[in-house]
Each structure stands twice: as C-alpha cells, then as structure tokens.
Design a protein around this ligand. Structure first.
Ligand SMILES: C[S@@+](CC[C@H](N)C(=O)[O-])C[C@H]1O[C@@H](n2cnc3c(N)ncnc32)[C@H](O)[C@@H]1O
Length: 280
C-alpha cells in the first residue's frame, strides 16, 4: 500500500507527539473539518495555524497531492509543528513563520483558506483577511471558526459582582470592553465582507467547559495560558491578588450552589467565498 503503514508505537519519542491536540481547538476544529472542501490537489492556507491541528489533519485528509500552507508568527508553535510533520513524514506542508497580514503569496493561488480560532487573536484581523483575500483564487472558499460574544458568560457575571463587592465599579467598563472583544455573527460577517468575502453559511453551536469549582478553573493550565492574564488586566492594578481571591471564592460558592461550575462557549463556523471574476 504505502511505506507509511508502519507506525511504531514503541519508537523512542512516540508518546511526545501522540496526544498533541489542544483540547480548546477541538470542538471548533471539528465544526470546520465537517464542512471544509477536501479533495486532491487543493492548495489550502491555514491562517493562525498554531501547532498545526488543522494543518496536519488537512495534509492527511486531502492526500499527498494537496499543499497546505501554515502561517503563524509564533516560533514555539511553528517548531512544534515542524517536529510533528517530520514525525508523521508529511511533506506536503509549507510553514510560513510570520504575520499573515504581510503574506506575499502569489495572487489568486489558494483554493481554500481555513482559520480555527484565529480571528479573535489577530490584532490586525482586517489586514490578515485582506491578505487572505488577495491570495485566494476567484471562487475560493474560506472556513473560519471562532468563539462568540457570550463566551463564559457565567464567569463574567460572577466577575462583575466581585468587582462591585470590592468597590471596583470603576473597572466594570474595562470588564465590558474585555467581554465585547469577542465578535458576533454580524460583526464577523461584516469583517469578512469588508475584506471582500461573501458569507454563504454560518453554523452556530456551543459546548460547556465544566469544572469542580473556581479553584479548579483558575488553576487549569489552559485557562491560565489562554485567559487569566486578560482577566487580571481588568482589575485595579493594586488589587489584582485580592480580586482574584474574591473571584475564586465567589466562583466556588456558585459551584457549591449548582453542583459544578459550567462555562458556556458559544461558537460559530463561517463559510465564505471569493466571488468568481464573472460575479456571483
Ligand atoms: C488560539 S490559537 C489557534 C491555533 C490553531 N489554529 C488551533 O486551532 O489550534 C491562535 C493562533 O493565531 C496566531 N496569530 C495571532 N496573530 C496572527 C497573525 N497576525 N497572523 C497569523 N497568525 C496569528 C497565534 O500565534 C496563535 O497560534
């Protein structure tokens, strides 16, 4: 069949790369993988590829004739992705370690653009999507997933009450600004439209992240990696420690009352296209 049907689960280093998928990426990625075109010969651009969950999956699902271009300016993630590609012996992937806003791909050279959980992280989302649009062929598809406004509403409700309790009502506006950073279906549709893409479908859903209590939540590795710094930036600088102690206590009380601390994550998968030269 191929010379690759010999995965050796006993090889040195096998365990390092076996269970490599960031859990946070998975529910969004599954939505996207359910809808993305898969075919031989496609050129697919993965924007904000991170450690390459989609890159690696698409490189395999579309087969060796497809070419996946993974773009991300984060050196540690690109290093990790490079190791995975070597380990998996995938040679149909090109890595570009850079800001996607300054992509210099040939115009109209990409069949599909994907981005899993990228858009909230792009400081210059308009410029990134503009660069994707230029690289996309007429008729190309774009599949983009993101968490939406309403993300972790249960936590923010407790955080609001905690700020008031500690006499930090003047920080509520900072909290709202932080909450509103997440887009809505309308705002992301408009963002894509400004870049030139026409949204043809939006699928929404949600999942829950469940924790025993606030103590568990605030110590969870991924929560610390992805969220805690942003939450801390909301509190008055001289009161961060006190605010977090109170937040933990209040989240613990909610968990006691409800039997657990469940946070809702609303999500969406946008499918858009670049119009063909002859129009829609
Ligand atoms: C939440 S991670 C998602 C990673 C990956 N797509 C996944 O699903 O696991 C967001 C990624 O966007 C990348 N990013 C942020 N700004 C970027 C930019 N201007 N151009 C390309 N990637 C960017 C970050 O470095 C990070 O790897």
């Amino acid at each position: 069949m191929t010379d690759l049907d010999d995965v050796d689960a006993t090889a040195a280093g096998f365990g390092d790369l076996y269970d490599e998928l960031p859990l946070w990426s998975a529910p969004f990625g599954l939505m996207l993988l359910d809808r993305v075109p898969v075919a031989r010969g496609l050129t697919i651009l993965d924007v904000g590829a991170g450690t390459g969950f989609l890159t690696v999956e698409l490189a395999q699902r579309c087969g060796p004739d497809a070419r996946i271009i993974a773009v991300d300016p984060w050196p540690a993630a690109m290093r990790r992705l490079r190791r995975k590609l070597e380990h998996l012996r995938l040679d149909n992937v090109v890595l570009l370690e850079q800001d996607a806003a300054s992509l210099a791909l040939p115009e109209a050279s990409v069949d599909v653009v994907v981005s899993n959980l990228g858009v909230n992280n792009f400081e210059n989302a308009g410029a990134v999507l503009g660069a994707c649009y230029r690289a996309a062929k007429p008729g190309a598809r774009l599949l983009l997933t993101t968490n939406l406004a309403g993300h972790m509403a249960e936590l923010y409700e407790v955080y609001r009450a905690t700020l008031v309790e500690l006499g930090q009502s003047d920080r509520l506006a900072a909290l709202e600004a932080h909450v509103e950073r997440r887009g809505t279906v309308d705002s992301i549709t408009q963002l894509l439209g400004r870049a030139g893409f026409e949204v043809v479908d939006v699928v929404t859903g949600s999942f829950r992240m469940r924790f025993a209590d606030g103590t568990a939540l605030l110590r969870h590795y991924f929560v610390r990696l992805g969220f805690v710094a942003g939450w801390k930036a909301v509190a008055a600088p001289a009161m961060v420690e006190e605010t977090f102690a109170a937040l933990e206590r209040n989240l613990d009380a909610v968990a006691t009352a409800r039997g657990e601390l469940a946070l809702t994550i609303p999500m969406a998968c946008f499918e858009a296209r670049k119009a063909t030269a002859a129009g829609p």
